[in-house]
Write a protein that binds this ligand. Sequence first.
Ligand code: SAM
Length: 215
Amino acid sequence: MREGAYGPLREFFDRAAVDWDERVTVKPDFLARVVEVACLRPGDSALDVGCGTGVLLPHLLDRVGEKGRVYALDISPLMLERARARCPRAVCLCAPAEAIPLPAGSCRAVVCYSAFPHFPDQGQALAEMARVLAPGGRVVVAHAESRQAINDLHRRLGGPVAHHLLPDEATMGRLVARAGLRVISFSDGPGGYLLVAGHREGGWTATASRGATRG
Ligand SMILES: C[S@@+](CC[C@H](N)C(=O)[O-])C[C@H]1O[C@@H](n2cnc3c(N)ncnc32)[C@H](O)[C@@H]1O
């Protein structure tokens, strides 16, 4: 994916960053659930893909503690500026989900909250999340609304996000499998959209040359 492909979207989210936190309603119970299913422990590293202004970062940092590390990745410099102000301890990465600038197996959890529909190449984004995931770790793709509600919202908003859709269960299952992952759990309904995935048994661990054994 060429860097130029992100231009209009980056501009859209840079503009949205200005009053994002005033416009978006946070559902604390759902956020807590997202962090819970990521199964982080003190000292772990976690990655928030499409972190925006960083609503999830304090919760992830809380889980990994003083010795852990949280990476915050986004294509929008202005979203990242706000995330940095909210959570100076997070390590901000201005990069696309389709090319994550982290080594293979470096994160115990990769969380993508309210961002997946916007990735121009969802298969490549999942493949990258799988690559940076440590053995035994979890990839979490989450939205506080159902797939239908999110897709309707984006169609209503129009502009660069009009065709940014959350995949249905079957499509997501295929993307997950192609990325070398397996679905651990999936739910979609009025309570939100929540995919939890992990490496296929023996997948990354068996082929990894770095001898990572955790998990
Ligand atoms: C709807 S906002 C959600 C932000 C945040 N997770 C939240 O819940 O408040 C989606 C975010 O994804 C980012 N984004 C869109 N496409 C991206 C891509 N290809 N790679 C990384 N981030 C991307 C946008 O810049 C934006 O900050």
